[in-house]
Design a protein around this ligand. Structure first.
Ligand code: HPA
Length: 270
């Protein structure tokens, strides 16, 4: 895997991707951030050696290099989910590549179901911490010491200074944001009422199907992470409501501008 990462990095550097400072995973909810990027290079995943190719609707599958908030960034438009059938190592491969392109700061975004009754659909939730409830682990197997250590410290999965900075930016812009714990399940089914209840009892504020493997791999390589989630539906006890992928996408759309403005200002603040 280490050699594969180096091969991909070499290809991307030859294409002109040089000295990016931030990596951004554009999940459902942050797709429109691409409109804020002064794009210099855009590559289909299928053009990139060793890259998996994503399939789920709403994720187009492009690696983008350009400028955002005055900084060079690499953005993944479309991520790889475990539920699509990728192994955890495949799903997190692009994060490895980002690190070896020279990136130390990762911004991950996603859509999630809220289980905190104080939340509403369309809220932006800053991820303060996560619970890994996926059935597989991206660091399972022989450790690759060139990436990081066997036993990875996770006491600060999401950088606390970045969280404080993001909150200050939101306050200055008069944008109300939430903060909470994200729990990852494998999907692809949305949760049953009993499962939403379980998520809440376990201490989380929102539930989704991504992000956690990427952050684990980022922490393996000592990257600093910021996570933002759009609450696209509510899994509230006693009031079960239908959830569909289309609804999730529509709800995420309403928060896209807010979240894109905040992330752009965040990147610019460095
Ligand atoms: N559950 C899991 N993943 C999700 C949800 C949800 O309710 N909403 C958006 N992604």
């Amino acid at each position: 895997m280490f050699n594969k990462v180096q091969e991909t990095v070499k290809f991307l550097k030859e294409k002109g991707i040089t000295n990016p400072e931030f990596g951004i995973v554009l999940g459902t909810g942050l797709g429109s951030l691409v409109d804020y990027i002064a794009i210099e290079i855009s590559l289909d995943y299928k053009e990139i050696p060793n890259f998996p190719v994503s399939t789920v609707t709403g994720h187009s599958g492009k690696l983008i290099y350009g400028e955002l908030g005055g900084k060079k960034i690499v953005a993944m438009q479309g991520r790889f989910h475990y539920y699509e059938g990728w192994t955890m190592q495949e799903a997190t491969f692009p994060i490895r590549v980002m690190k070896f392109l020279g990136i130390d700061n990762l911004i991950v975004s996603n859509a999630s179901g809220g289980v905190n009754p104080k939340f509403s659909v369309g809220d932006v939730m800053l991820i303060s911490d996560h619970i890994n409830f996926m059935p597989e682990h991206p660091l399972r197997g022989k450790n690759e010491d060139l990436f990081g250590t066997r036993f990875v410290d996770m006491h600060e999965p999401y950088n606390l200074e970045y969280i404080a900075k993001f909150e200050a930016i939101a306050e200055a812009k008069n944008i109300k944001i939430q903060k909470g714990i994200y729990l990852a399940l494998q999907g692809p089914t949305f949760e049953t009422p009993a499962e939403y209840k379980m998520v809440k009892i376990l201490g989380a504020d929102a539930v989704g199907m991504s992000t956690v493997p990427e952050v684990i791999v980022a922490k393996h390589m000592k990257m600093e992470c910021l996570g933002v989630s759009v609450i696209t539906d509510m899994g509230i006890e006693g009031k079960p409501e239908a959830v569909s992928h289309e609804e999730v996408q529509i709800a995420a759309k309403t928060a896209e501008k807010k979240i894109s403005d905040l992330v752009t200002a965040f990147v610019a603040s460095f």
